[in-house]
Design a protein around this ligand. Structure first.
Ligand code: F6R
Length: 634
């Protein structure tokens, strides 16, 4: 939800800020802008609607000179995504500029009050009150003015502020929106996420809630809201810049899909040593784990789907009952959790507002909290009692792929760890599962290699779908022109059973996110209770049917769909002869894997289907409309 970037040092700042913002574009891409200090009386700035390339075009014609600058890429909350609402926002005299990520809840009252005192508002945003407040309190010291302004504000923020009267200085602050300082040589940086800093440095400071930062080229000072100095030591980040680049792939999404076998291998090597599961960073004691009577998993979107798979894993390995909830439902319904409950929050970013609020709610109610997250030093990793990092590396594509399989891998490892520790998982099974887990990366690789071999075929199928999709729509509209006003008749249905049911949800989510084609994930057993009414020759029905205890049932479902003319694409275990007798439209085979581990392999074709269809439809795969990678607002 919005990305901010700041630079102060000896170099021209404009292009550094643009480059930083491009790394953050996944956080929002409704508009972008940059404000620069250049010794003039007023701050110079440019901002515009749309992606960062629009801003770049403007800056090519009107470059901004100066060595201290702040920039912003926006995901709109208050006010439509137009030029005026784009950040930065400036005070009446254009001497102070602000960029902001978060929401100011009391902005309306503040705005009325500031207007009475002469503030001229140009936008509909909540952010603009910040700059007018800072201007109101400015008496020659920007840091003090920011600190004073923050006292009036209720809400969440990561802000960066510059003032034309204080050259070379950026003042920043955070409350519940992420902010990281990058330490350079005679230059310093600020960003919403470390991936934007990797081009310049691997030494960072994660800004904590309630801290105010003042950056100049040679110094970084940290104070709390009362002005008391805070001592912090920079940490070294392990992620590399190559991980954050496309590396020859046309899109981040396909690069990240192909990274999955390697990531899984690295996770297993790190976590399994001499047949023991190691979670060095866990911070939860054996006694605390022994007291767990129930596990509650909270998460959003893809991470929620990983949580649903986690239920099957943890219940089977530990015998502890597991509940799974979307974070937004959990936090608002006075959840009955407390002592004896382990609340696991799963999140790629570690910043999702609802999941974070869920952790706080659980902590307040005395439950034990653990987060499984990808981003080192993220808010969740600091607020939950325990943390397990998924080590998937930076995930840039908005649609999550490798973070999902890394979350699954971590849940398997956690299940094995707990099952072994609580003695609910027999030794023999533990070792057999560990052994098989190590074979899963090569199974994943096989699926990807097969895709590479058949890529043209997949593209042809996606093209065929595209043609049918539009032909069908035309036929539909021709028969009854009034129908144009209603929703289109093309969609995908994803069916799965047992531990692959969450994968059906995930496959449908991937497709709708990046191709905007309606898609629904359903437990196959529920098909007769409604969705079967949708079946004709139009939708693609993706059926997850690897070998499992419910395979026969899945075959019956496929027969039912075929009987109604449906276009079935089954995902089956290699060597399955039965399936071809049903004459599916297209069959995808995956290597033989035990049912419990199958989601790790079976999800790959679903990610690839979504990718191929979105590519065929010419959509913006890495940055789909209306979405943002990290949802730091409710
Ligand atoms: C889907 C996707 C989202 C996220 C969700 C949670 O591809 O990326 O559904 O999974 O917004 O985000 P995190 O995992 O950062 O909490």
């Amino acid at each position: 939800m919005c990305g901010i970037f700041g630079y102060t040092g000896g170099k021209q700042a404009q292009n550094l800020v643009i480059q930083g913002l491009k790394h953050l574009e996944y956080r929002g891409y409704d508009s972008s802008g940059v404000a620069i200090q250049n010794g003039a009386k007023a701050i110079h700035f440019e901002k515009t609607q749309g992606k960062i390339r629009n801003l770049e075009e403007i800056l090519k014609k009107h470059p901004l000179q100066g060595k201290t600058a702040i920039g912003h890429t926006r995901w709109a909350t208050h006010g439509t995504p137009n030029d005026l609402n784009a950040h930065p926002h400036l005070d009446n005299h254009s001497q102070i500029a602000v960029v902001h990520n978060g929401i100011i809840e009391n902005y309306f009252d503040l705005k009325q009050n500031l207007k009475k005192h002469g503030a001229r508002f140009r936008s509909e945003t909540d952010t603009e009150v910040i700059v007018h407040l800072v201007a109101k309190y400015y008496k020659g010291n920007l840091e003090n003015a920011v600190r004073r302004a923050l006292k009036d504000i209720r809400g969440t923020y990561a802000i960066a502020v510059i003032c034309s009267k204080e050259p070379g200085k950026i003042v920043a602050a955070r409350l519940d929106s992420p902010l990281v300082v990058g330490i350079g040589r005679e230059e310093n940086f600020l960003a919403s996420d470390v991936s934007a800093l990797l081009d310049h440095t691997d030494r960072v400071i994660y800004v904590e809630n309630g801290e105010v930062i003042t950056l100049s080229d040679r110094a970084v000072s940290i104070t709390d809201l009362s002005g008391k100095p805070v001592k912090r030591v920079p940490v070294k980040i392990q992620w590399t810049i190559t991980q954050a680049k496309k590396g020859g792939y046309p899109h981040f999404m396909i690069k990240e899909i192909f990274e999955q076998p390697e990531i899984l291998t690295a996770i297993l090597r790190e976590r399994i040593q001499k047949s023991k599961i190691i979670f060095e960073e866990l911070k939860i004691s054996a006694a605390e784990l022994k007291s767990v009577k129930r596990i509650v998993i909270i998460a959003c979107g893809t991470a929620y789907h990983a949580g649903l798979v986690g239920k099957y894993i943890l219940e089977e390995f530990t015998n502890i009952p597991v509940w799974v909830d979307t974070s937004s439902e959990f936090r608002y319904r006075d959840p009955k959790v407390g002592k004896g409950d382990l609340v696991i929050a799963i999140s790629q970013s570690g910043e999702t507002a609802d999941t974070l609020a869920g952790i706080r709610e659980a902590k307040m109610k005395k439950a034990l909290t653990l987060t499984i997250c990808n981003v080192l030093g993220s808010t969740m990793s600091r607020e939950a009692k325990g943390v397990i990092y998924t080590h998937a590396g930076p995930e840039i594509a908005v649609a999550s792929t490798k973070a999902y399989t890394a979350q699954l891998a971590t849940l398997y490892l956690l299940g094995l760890y707990l099952g072994n520790f609580l003695k609910t998982l027999p030794e023999k099974r533990f070792h057999a599962l560990v052994k098989e887990l190590f074979r899963v990366p090569s199974m994943m690789q096989k699926v990807l290699d097969q895709y590479k071999k058949e890529e043209k075929d997949w593209a042809a199928k996606a093209h065929d779908f595209n043609k049918r999709y539009h032909a069908q729509l035309e036929k539909y509209y021709k028969a009854d022109p009034e129908k144009r006003k209603r929703s289109p008749n093309g969609f995908f249905l994803y069916l799965g059973r047992g531990i692959n049911y969450p994968n059906a949800l995930e496959g449908a989510l991937k497709l709708k996110e990046i191709s905007y084609i309606p898609a629904e994930g359903y437990p196959a057993g529920e098909m007769k209770h409604g969705p079967i009414a949708l079946i004709d020759e139009n939708p693609w029905v993706i059926c997850l049917a690897p070998q499992s205890k419910t395979y026969e049932k899945m075959i019956s479902n496929i027969q039912e769909i075929k009987a109604r003319g449906g276009m079935v694409i089954p995902v089956v275990t290699e060597g399955d002869k039965e399936i071809y007798k049903l004459k599916p439209f297209y069959t995808i085979e995956i290597p033989k894997v035990s049912e419990i581990l199958s989601p790790l392999v079976a999800v790959l074709p679903l990610q690839l289907i979504a990718y191929c269809v979105a590519k065929e439809f010419g959509e913006d795969i890495d940055q789909p409309r209306n979405l943002a990678k990290s949802v730091t607002v409710e």
